[in-house]
Design a protein around this ligand. Structure first.
Ligand code: SF4
Length: 223
């Protein structure tokens, strides 16, 4: 497991890559005002996900709980003029389930946040810590098989990956229980951008409940 910056000792410290205010870009919550809390550290890594577009390897901050809340407060102040009730706290990574714990979840909720986690599904998530759970598995086998939305990246025919075709998508989703099912194009800059065409064809072949997830933040040019 690769979780840089988390130390034992007296006060727990969180390994954080960045905290920023924006709009959630993907999935059913797209367009929602959010403060992103991006943790450093991932239990899978670039060998499993060669197209990973997140720099999670090194923590830029290792604050304790109070310091983490201060980073959230500063981001909310710069983006929204303060911590408004109902703001999404998008806990992501890396793999956020390695770090989100009860004290942090309780403190975020006390400040009015709804907690949305985006996890790779390779670890069981304590659902009582989150108000929304997006699972975006990066391996054919994953253990967290229920939640708010399942979001599969469609690697398609031209990228190495676990979802080359609709049959692979069906196999991965089989026996899962999610409220929403999304197929998302994979962004391959070296191939000219997201593979919209083959992802759209795949969603049309899959039919309901599958929907296309577009990374609207990239379209809109926001973080
Ligand atoms: S699980 Fe997510 S954060 Fe970790 S390497 Fe894969 S794509 Fe990147």
């Amino acid at each position: 497991m690769n979780t840089p910056g988390v130390q034992g000792g007296m006060a727990k410290r969180y390994a954080i890559k960045e905290v920023f205010a924006t709009l959630q870009g993907e999935g059913a919550q797209a367009g929602t005002p959010a403060v992103f809390l991006r943790f450093a550290g991932c239990n899978l890594g670039y060998e499993v996900c060669p197209w990973c577009d997140t720099d999670w390897a090194k923590a830029d901050y290792t604050p304790d709980l109070a310091g983490t809340l201060q980073l959230m407060r500063e981001a909310a102040a710069s983006g929204f003029g303060g911590e408004r009730p109902g703001l999404l706290a998008v806990v992501t990574g890396g793999e956020p389930s390695l770090q989100l714990d009860r004290p942090l979840a309780d403190a975020l909720r006390e400040r009015g946040y709804r907690i949305s986690m985006e996890s790779n599904g390779s670890r069981l998530v304590d659902r009582t810590l989150v108000d929304w759970l997006t699972i975006s598995p990066k391996q054919a086998e994953f253990v967290q098989r229920e939640g708010s939305e399942l979001k599969l990246l469609f690697t398609g025919a031209h990228a190495a990956g676990i979802t080359p075709d609709v049959e692979a998508v069906r196999r991965m989703a089989h026996g899962t229980r999610f409220e929403h099912y999304y197929l998302q194009p994979i962004d391959l800059p070296e191939q000219g951008g997201p593979n919209y065409d083959e992802a759209i064809r795949a969603v049309m072949e899959l039919g309901p409940p599958w929907r296309l997830s577009v990374q609207t933040h990239k379209v809109a040019g926001i973080p």
